[in-house]
Design a protein around this ligand. Structure first.
Ligand code: HGY
Ligand code: MN
Ligand code: MN
Ligand code: MN
Length: 403
């Protein structure tokens, strides 16, 4: 039990979350793409709130906003991300950053806070947290483009006023570890009437772009037998994935064709080009590798047809088990504050914690998502659950710092 349970100011926590929500408000959610003007306004606002909390703040050369507490002694790093998926929710990411800020204020020392850039992968999944752990080179930045509009990352960083700034790097030995509070983004806690999830593991997300090259032509006068229809080739590949993946996956495996583009995209034109964004997830590297092998085989089969298919790998994150000591500390705090209302559970979403877990012990805590909705503007969590999540995290942080 911590000597003095940290005094979380729930009203201040919620006020900051609602203020952050206003940067890029979209219906009841938020549209705050990485390095967009609203995203940079939000980063500068957050930096100001961190300074007011007595943290030494930098916005680094890849857009990470990092607040460091003064003083010596044991220290934990708390954080998450503040950019959002397109037309998405107000809490995905923001919750963990503002909970970290509130705990830094309540404890008055021993807690650094970070808002990692581009966890949502507009330019490259987990860009900011991977940069912090030394996994992003200058060449990677030169090559990166926005996956939606193709804008080069270098150009976006310059427009955001970040060009030439140094990128922050983890200082060896500075932290006992990293902790991230996040919304569950699923419906398990709500369905079971629970209020806190202690995360045991985080899935790997393997993401691809598949392009198809055919022959644009007239939709009315081109006989079926001689067509090179890139759209039809894409549809056949997507159907083959649906046919084969169920037989080779695990019960918790998931896969998604999240975006299809046909070129030129007119009703009376046979598409000469097509592109699909595809990903799959699992907690077991063996299963991820097995799904990738099958995808490669299916793309090879597609090349036996009239169009040319090319598989481009976008990213492959590593599944991670969360630090057992941190799981125990989070469960201990949850038992104190929400007895019988918590469970341990895996994460089907990717998180910056799985990147920090590559260089230090890491842990995660979930609060319920109403209706299990996320990556949608209606994403929401009951305010008492938000405050409880902050209190549980604060107690776990105090316990770990006191240990
Ligand atoms: O998709 C994910 O799991 C993460 O929220 N980007
Ligand atoms: Mn997300
Ligand atoms: Mn997130
Ligand atoms: Mn995530």
């Amino acid at each position: 039990m911590p000597l003095s349970p940290p005094a979380i100011d729930g009203a201040r926590l919620l006020a900051d979350l609602h203020r952050l929500r206003a940067f890029g408000a979209y219906r009841t959610g938020v549209h705050r793409p990485t390095f967009s003007p609203v995203d940079m306004e939000a980063r500068h606002w957050l930096a100001g709130r961190m300074r007011e909390a007595g943290l030494a703040v930098e916005i680094d050369g890849i857009g990470n906003v990092i607040g460091r507490a003064s003083g010596d002694g044991p220290r934990l790093l708390l954080g998450s991300h503040i950019e959002t998926q397109p037309q998405a929710g107000w809490l995905d990411g923001a919750l963990g950053v503002i909970i970290g800020l509130e705990i830094a204020r309540a404890l008055g020392g021993g807690v650094d806070v970070a808002a990692w850039a581009d966890e949502e992968g507009h330019y490259g999944s987990f860009l900011g947290s991977r940069s912090f752990i030394g996994d992003v080179t200058e060449a990677d930045i030169d090559a990166a483009r926005n996956r939606y509009d193709g804008i080069p990352l270098r150009e976006a960083l310059a427009a955001a006023g970040l060009a030439g700034r140094p990128r922050a790097a983890v200082e060896p030995g500075r932290y006992l570890g990293y902790l991230e509070a996040h919304i569950e983004q699923g419906d398990e806690l709500e369905a079971k009437g629970l209020r806190i999830g202690v995360v045991t593991s985080i899935v790997g997300i393997w993401q691809y772009r598949v392009t198809f090259e055919g022959q644009q032509n007239h939709a009315g006068t081109t006989r079926m037998a001689i067509r090179r229809d890139a759209g039809a080739a894409l549809v056949r590949l997507a159907a083959a994935i649906e046919r084969d993946f169920p037989g080779i996956c695990d019960p918790r495996s998931v896969w998604t064709v999240g975006r299809i583009t046909l070129d030129p995209g007119a009703a009376s034109i046979i598409p000469g080009g097509a592109e699909m964004l595809f990903q799959f997830r699992d907690a077991d590297p063996e299963v991820l590798a097995r799904l990738e092998r099958r995808l490669q085989e299916l793309v090879a089969d597609a090349n036996a047809g009239p169009c040319r298919a090319v598989l481009h790998t976008i990213s492959r994150s590593i599944p991670k088990v969360m630090e057992p000591r941190f799981q125990d500390a989070l469960e201990g705090a949850a038992t104190r504050l929400a007895p019988a209302l918590h469970q341990r559970m895996p994460s089907g979403a990717g998180h910056d914690a799985q990147q920090l877990a590559r260089v230090m012990p890491a842990g995660m805590l979930f609060v319920p998502s109403i209706g299990g909705i996320s990556h949608h503007w209606s994403e929401d969590t009951a305010e008492p659950d938000i405050v409880l999540g902050c209190q549980v995290m604060a107690h776990a942080v105090a316990d770990l710092l006191d240990a």
